[in-house]
Design a protein around this ligand. Structure first.
Ligand code: AMP
Length: 221
């Protein structure tokens, strides 16, 4: 089994959900840069200069690469050193970042341990999903919008409070789709395709079906 699983997809494609499932199946650590940034926001001891960079996140823009590398590389190293594989969820959002991660893996001598999945979804479906989901403010569990779920405010996994994410509000969703939608994703996907490590899966399927497909691919590698 490859030690580094990269999940690529537009916002709303289900990267976070799939990363959580993979981490559970294989005992891997899920590393979500979005979660690391949100944790930083609530960390009283974090450096003020790092926190100041989070303003961009609230506007739906990408935060500085330097902050992403600082948070993600430290976490990846920590897990790999402990013998734990990693699932990178939304950690790579530009070709420049993809190259920097590649150089980082190269230094660790593990480029042959990397596999990347594109969870394919149209911007239109991504938009619908973002505008209708709720997320647990404690454990990050995501519940899709359904009429039944509309009146649920407590997380079934941990009892935490379910909230609409600040950046899931309509104007910000549009900004995120401009900055992180399929047009921006395409060259990143191509980068991994050119490396020969890319696998594409249809993200519009039910959560379980996407999971089964990803696992089948992984177990064949
Ligand atoms: P997510 O929870 O994955 O949707 O990420 C939430 C927000 O965190 C994004 O809209 C970006 O502002 C920021 N973010 C997460 N990962 C990255 C990254 N690799 N590069 C730049 N910004 C990121």
């Amino acid at each position: 089994m490859k030690k580094v699983i990269i999940l690529l997809g537009i916002p709303g494609s289900g990267k976070g959900t799939q990363a959580r499932l993979l981490a559970q199946h294989y005992g891997y650590a899920q590393i979500s840069t979005g979660d690391l940034l949100r944790a930083l926001e609530n960390d009283a001891e974090a450096e003020a200069t790092d926190k100041a960079k989070l303003v961009l996140m609230k506007q739906g823009k990408l935060v500085d690469d330097s902050l992403i590398y600082k948070l993600a590389f430290a976490e990846i190293k920590k897990q790999l050193n402990a013998g734990v594989g990693v699932v990178l969820d939304g950690a790579i959002r530009s070709v420049v970042q993809a190259q920097a991660y590649h150089d980082f893996f190269d230094k660790l001598n593990i480029t042959n341990e990397v596999v990347a999945f594109e969870i394919q979804l149209t911007d239109e479906i991504g938009r619908k999903r973002m505008l209708s989901r709720k997320v647990c403010s404690v454990c990050g569990h995501i519940i899709p919008y359904t009429l039944q779920n509309e009146t649920i405010f407590i997380c079934s996994e941990c009892g935490g409070e379910l909230k609409v994410r600040h950046d899931d509000h309509p104007e910000i969703v549009e900004k995120r789709l401009r900055d992180q939608g399929n047009e921006v994703l395409a060259p990143i996907v191509k980068y991994y395709d050119d490396l020969g490590v890319l696998i594409r899966v249809d993200g519009s399927q039910a959560i379980n079906d996407v999971d089964i497909e990803v696992c089948k691919h992984l177990e064949k590698l």
